[in-house]
Structure formats: C-alpha cells, structure tokens
Write a protein that binds this ligand. Structure first.
Ligand SMILES: Cc1cc2nc3c(=O)[nH]c(=O)nc-3n(C[C@H](O)[C@H](O)[C@H](O)COP(=O)(O)OP(=O)(O)OC[C@H]3O[C@@H](n4cnc5c(N)ncnc54)[C@H](O)[C@@H]3O)c2cc1C
Length: 470
C-alpha cells in the first residue's frame, strides 16, 4: 500500500462520521490541502498524518480530541508549525491544524488580548500595536503564539516582563476527556500552572488571554555588525553591556556569515561577522544615549540602529529564518558570559559550514528571575541568557557535516550552562534526559499533573511528560 492510499486502519464510514461532525475540512492523504497542512518550518520533518482536521472552531477541537481518544489515534496539534522537532505533525496521527482559528480581540482599557491558537506573532502584534500595546512575544514574526507560549516564550520584552507565559492571565483548554475548561489563577489553578511551560501536555488550548503593556509604537532598534576579526572586542563590549543594561534594553548577539542584506556593505556579504540586534523600549532620549556607545564602537560594516516602528523590529530578522530549510539546533541556558565561553564560541563560529547557520546569545535576565522557580512549570528562573547553536542548510547530503558542527560546538561549551535547556528549542532526538533538564525541579509536579489531567497520555505529540504511575 502506498502512503497516498494508507487507511491507517480506519474504516471509511468511521472517517465519514467524523467529517459529518466538523465545521472545518477533514483532509486525508492525496486530498487537496493535505500536503500544505502537514508541511512545517523544518524541512527535515516529513511525516504523514492519517487525518488532518483544519479546525474552524472549538467544537471541531472537541470532536477531534474525542475521535483520537476513541479510536486510539496519536494526536498532534499544529499552531504555527515552527517547532524544530516537528511536534506539530505525527506519523499516522490525527492532526488538529489550528491555522484557521486566528481571531483576536484587544481590550485596550483592561490591557488584555484574547487570541485564538492559530495566530502567528505578527497577527497579535498587528492588533495590539493599533492601541500602542504589546504582548511579550518572540523574535520571528511567523512563529505560532501557541507553541511559543505553552513552552515559555521569550523575546525583546522578556527582560522587562518575564516569560511570555508569565503574562498569560487565562486559557481555555479542551482536555483529554473532551471537556472545555478555563484555566487561570482562580479556576483550575493546577492546570494553569502546568500549561505555563508544560508544552501541549495537558490539552488543546483554544484561547489565550495575554496581559499587554504600552510599547512603542516607535522604539529605538535595529541591527549593527562588525567583521568577525573584531569579534573578541565586540563580545567583550557585549559582556560589559550585559552587566549594566536596564531591562528596557535588549541586545541579541550573533556570530554568523553576513547575508546579502542591503544594510550590510556588499564586500562583507558571505564573510563572517558579529552582529547585535538591539531593541530599546525605554524613553527616547535615554534609549538613544544607551545605543550611542554601541554605534560608536569600532568600524561597523552596517548599522541600522535607529527609531523604527515596534512592529518592524518584530520582523527585523525574519528573512534569516525562512521556512523550508533543513534545521538542527542545540541550546542551553547560561548564568553568565564567561570570557572563556565567548572565546570558544568565536573559535567554533570560524568552523561554521553553512552560510545560514549562527551562534546566538539572547539576553533574558530581569523580570523572570524575580519569581520563584516553581511560579509556573517553565522554571529556569536562574537563567540570564539563552545560547542557541543553530544550523540551517538546504541539501540532505549536507546533513551530517552540519549536524556534526552543532554537536561538537555544543559538547565543548555545555559546561557553561545552568544545566537547564529550553523545551521549545529541543530537537527531534532530544528525549527524557533533556526534557528533565528543561523542567528541573518542576518535572515531578508536571508528572503528577499529567496523571490527573491526561492519565492515558493522549497528548504525547510534544516533549512528553509521562503521567506519574499511581
Ligand atoms: C525560526 C524560529 C524562531 C523562534 N524564535 C523564538 C523566540 O524568539 N522565542 C521563543 O521563545 N521561541 C522561539 N522559537 C521556538 C518556538 O517557540 C517553538 O518552536 C514553538 O513550538 C513554536 O510554536 P508553534 O505554534 O509555531 O509550533 P508548532 O510546531 O505548531 O507546535 C509546537 C508544539 O506546541 C503544541 N501546540 C501547538 N498549538 C497548541 C495548542 N493550541 N494547544 C496545545 N498544544 C499546542 C504542539 O502540539 C507542539 O507540541 C522559534 C522557533 C523558530 C523555528
């Protein structure tokens, strides 16, 4: 039987009975829309669900969850499809594709946004910035809000306001038994705790309620780059900066080859560089004073740090992360930037193979460190930076060399880690040991919670927390 005609053991009338319950389309292999729906950001992932439901509403989510449970089908949920491990799509699964559920309602007086789970970051930024408000989101605007929020979430506003999930006030969730429940501090508080970092382990979220903050609409931000021969001095500047920058100021450091971007001098294209991506959401005069020493440093090969709309900042580096490439990462939380670590990173960057790869340091210290480790499942509140060693390339024959570069770099520098890692950056082969590292002391409570809310582990298309055996 070819993949295009696989029935996955499902009788046609059973499939038709599901189709009859749905408001959105049901797609099987070979049907229009199926291939588009199963395609995700990382081209390394090529899996064929048995059934794909493009949910039109919450009732479709309930129908899909009940069908998967009753027919013992693996269930997967696709938000923005950006998870590098390909968790959105399971072989032989019933996949709930949330891309049609994208409504957003902003209440500017309460400074709250309610967003459906198919929204991308750009959708939410567009609606909230209409009111001069913003949620704490990530750096690439095509990422899904759902996966990002459920695993923690960090971006330019994290130093001020904490993890994305620290700024969620409530969620509506379809649980394993097909009920729709609300989770908030005052309702199903245990579930609310687990959803804020525990990935998709506890149910399918159909609505997120975000707290918003006044941001922009214009901020000081942009990119600035120097040739890699200056990387030692530039990263020393970065280390000094990190020790004193206020939370309004976020500066991401990247070691990579220069893309052919118009803001970079043509002679540097394809050559190794060190770059900063700056976003300062403080008062204009103070923000300009803070970026001045960075702009005055050395001899940049490009500098577009300037006043710009916050929304433009939120998509500033989108072009470096297009869908459809082959991707592999390793990531760690760092407590500090040791000079030896920075020296090792510069050396490893010099061995980078693909022009699309990079070593990135994201600063996250600030608000998230001020809450107790068990405030929510995401934990890792001792982290000051996220280190991402990321490889992207185009041809399968280049897999081995690129993956080897990531792994050898990571093996060399993981001794500088807090011991924790970001669940949303775990790759396909990173299993129990790394999931435990992601949750640390919160893992046992997550396993207890799983036994209560999903004892049969219906929601296992994620970095799975096994239910604690009773
Ligand atoms: C280019 C790129 C840039 C990134 N930048 C950042 C960043 O700046 N900050 C950051 O924190 N992270 C970042 N990430 C990581 C990102 O947070 C994760 O990849 C996240 O899983 C993406 O969410 P998604 O909805 O797009 O994922 P998907 O692949 O659709 O889903 C990921 C997981 O979430 C589950 N899920 C999705 N929707 C739901 C739902 N409604 N209910 C329950 N479970 C659900 C899925 O089952 C799956 O397990 C980035 C990833 C990429 C590829």
């Amino acid at each position: 039987m070819t993949s295009a005609t696989q029935s996955w053991g499902l009788e046609p009338d059973v499939v038709e009975s599901l189709r009859g319950q749905l408001h959105g389309p049901l797609m099987r292999d070979g049907e229009p829309g199926y291939d588009e729906a199963r395609t995700i950001w990382n081209a390394m992932i090529d899996r064929r669900p048995a059934l794909i439901v493009r949910c039109a509403d919450t009732a479709d989510v309930v129908a899909g969850v009940n069908f998967a449970r009753e027919h013992h089908l693996p269930l997967s949920v696709k938000g923005g499809g950006h998870n590098i491990a390909g968790l959105a799509v399971g072989e032989g699964s019933l996949m709930l594709d949330m891309s049609a559920m994208r409504d957003i309602h902003v209440d500017p007086n309460q400074r709250i946004a309610r967003a459906q789970p198919g929204c991308l970051l750009s959708d939410l930024d567009r609606e909230t910035q209409e009111h001069g408000l913003a949620a704490v989101l990530g750096f690439i605007s095509a990422t899904g809000i759902a996966g990002l929020t459920l695993g923690g979430g960090f971006g330019y506003l994290t130093r001020r306001f904490g993890w994305t999930c620290d700024n969620v006030a409530a969620m509506e969730v379809v649980t394993a038994d097909g009920r729709l429940v609300r989770a908030a501090e005052d309702e199903n508080a245990d579930l609310f705790w687990g959803l804020r970092g525990g990935g998709g382990n506890y149910g399918v979220v159909t609505s997120f309620e975000y707290r918003l903050y006044p941001v922009g609409p214009e901020i000081i931000g942009g990119g600035i780059a120097w040739p890699a021969r200056d990387a030692g001095d530039v990263l020393a500047l970065y280390r000094d900066w990190a020790a004193q920058a206020p939370p309004e100021h976020t500066c991401v450091a990247v070691l990579r080859k220069a893309p052919p971007a118009p803001w970079l001098k043509p002679e540097i294209h394809g050559q190794p560089i060190v770059a900063f991506f700056v976003c300062d959401t403080g008062e204009r005069v103070e923000a300009e004073a803070r970026v001045a020493p960075i702009k005055a440093f050395g001899a940049p090969v490009g500098d577009i740090v300037q006043p710009r709309p916050y929304r433009a900042q939120q998509s500033l580096i989108d072009a470096t992360q297009p869908p459809g490439r082959r991707d592999y990462w390793k990531s760690e939380y760092l407590p500090a930037l040791e000079p030896e670590l920075l020296a090792r990173l510069v050396e490893h960057a010099g061995r980078m193979i693909s022009p699309f790869s990079g070593i990135t340091i994201f600063p996250i210290s600030g608000a998230l460190n001020q809450l107790p480790a068990d405030h929510s499942a995401v934990g890792n509140r001792d982290a000051a930076f996220v280190l991402a060693i990321a490889c992207a390339w185009e041809k399968p024959e280049d897999d081995a060399a690129n993956i080897a570069w990531v792994r050898s770099t990571w093996q060399d520098v993981r001794r500088f880690s807090t011991g924790g890692t970001y669940v949303n950056f775990l790759t396909e082969e990173e299993g129990d040991e790394r999931i435990h590292a992601a949750y640390g002391g919160n893992y046992a409570r997550l396993a207890q919670l799983k036994a209560k809310w999903d004892p049969d582990n219906l929601f296992r298309g994620n970095k799975n927390v096994a239910p604690l055996a009773s």
